[in-house]
Design a protein around this ligand. Sequence first.
Ligand code: MN
Ligand code: MN
Length: 454
Amino acid sequence: MGLLIRGGEVVTASGRRRADVWCEGEKITKVAAGIEPPPGAEVVEAAGKLVFPGFVDPHVHAYLPLTNVSAKSDYANCTRAALLGGTTCLMDFAGSGLEADLDEAWAVWTAQAEGKASCDYAWHLTVTQFDDTTRRQLEGYVARGLKSIKIYLAYKPTLAIGDADLIRVLEFAAAHDIVVMAHCENADLIPALQRKRLAEGITGPEGHALSRPPMVEAEGVCRFLTFAAATGAKAYVVHLSCAEALSMADRFRGKMKDLFIETMIHYLVLDRSYAERPDFEGAKWVLSPPLRETGDQAALWAALADGRIDTLGTDHCPFDFEGQKTLGRGDFTKIPNGIGGVEERMALAWTAGVAAGRITPERLAAVAAENPAKIFGLFPRKGTIAPGSDADLVVWDPAARRTISVKTQSLDTDYNPYEGFETAGAPEVVTVRGEIMVRGGRFAGTPGRGRLVL
Ligand code: MN
Ligand code: MN
């Protein structure tokens, strides 16, 4: 038995070299040139291909119930789509602010994921307030390996945390050496600006971005990082979308020990004009923070290349257009926020990033595999190709040409936000812990064998 990936160019965050990768059981045991497979070994020929560590997505909503609507996603279809896109481990957020406490959130997410996830997964734990029960429960999860807490500055009344509780969360995190991730937009300013737009007669999807301008995000980044710097907590800004918020984050470099910045693939390849499409079609691209200007894309690409942005995720949170996005027809504030992306992230990042000369393959391995694994405590089990690491591998065919379409996507949503995008490069073979989950671009694994990794 055993699995040999033969003749490819192995890419990690630290370099590229031609080597074979030998896997026994669930682990990589040898990386070297000219490995001879024993009889009975499975051999994947990778000549002319790149071999990446399984990609890690730090920010996915595989399951997300909201007050009036739920994301059209479950662990079965989300993890299958992720694998088809080259992602072998995704991180979701346990808790949507509707559960009674952290234990209930953990139990709900466990019931959703166990036996259904096909790739491995980890959870950040959503905290909306902080009292003695929160502390006691959090201590239990930290003892079990929890590495991160998610807080929201936006979304009253379900999710937003107040300043006083935010300080308690940050103090707890600093004392227990865990990362606090924050959605950085102001909870009170957004509704005020939404009311203003509606009063001006702007009711369509274009009102969304107008009520969440870059300054609202920059203010959130400033407040979160001020509090984090003051308390000594490790801070992770989720889904940073624009140059103004990035400049704000830059002001905190050197003032704090650990500052991590995440961006999303949609901010790199889509701009606000999508959400401004007429006849309500723009609702397909309503998400938060909103899509920005093309100048913001350039700033994000530059920061992704020079190391100021650490991770590239998706904020995967798909909805149907008919019946879900249309809930906001006539009132943009009621459009469910979010789009999918787990299947498309790596092909888009390769196409617009590596093939376009903006980032190197090594940098792609850093932001989409090694860094998320490191920041959230999964490295070197995940995020690299080395003896002892999980045999999570992506054989990447740089010559593959595809056109993204709702007709060929894995998800069952009624539109694809990247419809018609032509991609260069695709995952050909994807393994998780030594089992081939994708072969020839098709799902070929055992559904439901994904594991919670903490
Ligand atoms: Mn968010
Ligand atoms: Mn999110």
